[in-house]
Design a protein. Structure first.
Length: 267
């Protein structure tokens, strides 16, 4: 594509089966079959690319899948050196299950930060959030088997992505690893700068996502109602002063004298 430079792909050896078994035993979870096949092909995935702006290479796209060794739990065990009353993600959890922040009516129930879910970081998203492999409805000591892929944004809200790793991998390829592409699955979407990059390097996918977000297809039309936005306060006119009906006798005499002079002048 025009302007794309410095495309780098990190080739990696396949992961060993014993490392996969060790991960499953350590975390009491069974890897999805498609993710297991992926790791048996390559132990992780990294592809980066840049663009040339004003004779300078600017890093832009990044597609990444953590290796088996870096597929770590999101909730690390509490350290002995941490403060005893220090807050954690568990303190942000809730008792009743709820749907994710994607705004979908039939979205699955969101994961929990406590023992009810086992969460593993699949991609750090360059600091813009985390894509996680999530096992829900877990029981202590029982091996978890069913998994989903969720996006945890920077405000610690969950957004459902896909049910299988293969679907997520295809989404990552389609979006070219552009910055904040995972925010397309959130109610608020990517930042304006990320939208500009998307409209430049993936206009077809970007326009389709806009149509899905706005069925009318009028995403670029200003929907601001100026009659409401610029509606000022109604001005209340001050009350008129009542003219005094009582006049002094001197004032009346002067008025009559002036009238007589004016009539005499006219004559």
């Amino acid at each position: 594509m025009p302007g794309v430079v410095d495309v780098r792909f990190a080739e990696r050896e396949p992961a060993e089966k014993r490392s996969l078994l060790s991960w499953e035993q350590k975390n009491t979870c069974i890897l999805p079959e498609d993710l297991r096949d992926f790791y048996l092909t390559t132990d992780g995935f990294t592809l980066t690319w840049s663009v040339k702006l004003d004779n300078e290479c600017v890093p832009l796209g990044c597609m990444m899948i953590n290796s088996v060794a870096r597929l770590c739990p999101l909730l690390q065990p509490v350290s002995l050196f941490s403060l005893p009353n220090a807050p954690s993600l568990v303190d942000l959890d809730w008792e009743e299950s709820s749907t994710g922040g994607s705004g979908l009516q039939h979205a699955p129930a969101a994961p929990h930060f406590d023992a009810r879910s086992r969460i593993f970081e699949l991609d750090s998203c360059g600091g813009n959030g985390k894509v996680c492999l999530v096992y829900k409805n877990c029981t202590p000591g029982v091996v978890a088997q069913q998994s989903e892929l969720w996006f945890l944004d920077r405000s610690l809200c969950w957004h459902f992505l896909t049910t299988t790793f293969t679907s997520y991998y295809r989404l990552m390829i389609i979006h070219l690893g552009l910055p904040e592409w995972q925010y397309s699955f959130t109610p608020y979407g990517p930042s304006p700068q990320a939208k500009q990059w998307a409209s430049l390097y993936q206009p077809l996918t970007f326009s389709c996502e806009l149509i899905l977000a706005d069925p009318t297809g009028d995403s670029f039309i200003n929907k601001l109602d100026p009659t409401k936005a610029f509606k000022g306060k109604t001005k209340v006119s001050p009350p008129k002063k009542k003219q005094s009906t009582q006049c002094t006798s001197g004032g009346t005499a002067k008025g009559q004298g002036n009238t007589g002079k004016q009539s005499g002048a006219k004559r």
